[in-house]
Design a protein around this ligand. Structure first.
Ligand SMILES: Cc1ncc(C[n+]2csc(CCOP(=O)(O)OP(=O)(O)O)c2C)c(N)n1
Ligand SMILES: [Mg+2]
Length: 295
């Protein structure tokens, strides 16, 4: 179904990711509000999904047989919109309307407004349950499509996530893949005696997620979520497992919050934020400029 004639090279994907990252920071600055760190950590995986993995057609966003993708960490909407625009779901220029009252591109994804958005999200913790429902529905209807869900690492503190982690293997959902964007930061963390403004790092740093998910009966893969070879190795294993283990797969995607721009990388302070003119210049040079670092 996908309209791309062949899979882009890693270099082409990296170039698309840089464009998407620029659109994220530029759009949020123009709208004067929005999230930065979470969208930037997820960009490479989103580009890999939309340009080389998902069986989709931007011209037929409601095709009942399309693969589904749910951005459960809905505050990263601008990251998804940037990738959807580059993939051709709507004009890239429309990103300039982000978060405006009458825009199709709201601050959190709205499946009734935006072509390519498969679930409305933003209240953290709900997307995996919705995805399991889609995967179960596909089984019941005898459809082949695959359902992908991305959650944040802070988001998995939500109890509803674990209800589905418990039940998805029981329903044999090998057509469901969970991606955890493990960027080591959320918005706020545990109170700390050493720092009365909270320790904002490592929301689940004390948890061995591989052991936990394996214990719940999931196939478990851990990757560098900024390395296209590792991303595609994981995607390949998901595809190869369809009809084999009968189990859902979790991809633990190790990433850096704010990835790609020097001043946003690795800090909770850019969970959300609006870049100044000077910062926009720096971001543009680093992402797209000839002399930039091209991270
Ligand atoms: C149920 C719920 N509680 C709180 C929030 C506010 N909130 C938005 S983003 C965020 C932090 C999420 O951290 P993480 O899941 O690690 O996302 P990322 O690091 O990818 O931005 C919080 C608490 C929310 N959107 N939904
Ligand atoms: Mg996080």
């Amino acid at each position: 179904m996908t309209v791309l004639s062949s899979r882009p090279t890693n270099e082409e994907l990296a170039d698309l990711a840089r464009q998407a990252r620029w659109k994220i920071v530029e759009t949020v600055a123009a709208s004067k509000a929005g999230h930065i760190g979470g969208p930037l950590s997820a960009t490479d995986v989103l580009i890999a999904l939309y340009f080389a993995q998902l069986d989709i057609d931007p011209a037929a966003p409601q095709d009942p047989d399309r693969d589904r993708f749910i951005l459960s960490k809905g505050h990263s909407a601008i990251g998804l919109y940037s990738v959807l625009a580059l993939r051709g779901y709507f004009p890239v220029d429309e990103l300039a309307t982000f978060d405006h009252g009458n825009s199709r591109l709201q601050g959190h994804p709205d499946m009734l407004l935006t072509p390519g958005v498969d679930a409305s999200t933003g209240s953290l913790g709900q997307g995996l349950s919705a995805g399991a429902g889609m995967a179960l529905g596909a089984k019941r209807l005898g459809k082949d499509f695959h359902t992908w869900v991305m959650v944040g690492d802070g988001e998995i503190e939500e109890g509803m996530i674990w209800e589905t982690v418990l039940s998805a293997p029981r329903f044999g959902l090998d057509n469901l893949t969970l991606i955890i964007d493990l960027n080591g930061l959320q918005q706020y963390g545990w109170p700390s005696e050493a720092n009365d403004r909270f320790d904002r790092s490592e929301p689940v740093g004390h948890v061995d997620l591989e052991r936990v998910f394996t214990g719940f009966g999931w196939n478990t893969l851990t990757i560098d979520g900024h390395d296209f070879d590792e991303i595609f190795e994981a995607f390949g294993r998901v595809s190869a497992d369809r009809g084999v283990s009968g189990l859902p797969t979790v991809i633990i995607s190790r990433t850096t919050k704010g990835r790609g721009i020097s001043f946003t990388e690795g800090t909770y302070k850019w969970h959300n934020g609006v870049a100044t003119e000077d910062q926009l210049e720096t971001a543009h040079a680093e992402l797209l400029g000839e002399t930039g670092e091209n991270r």
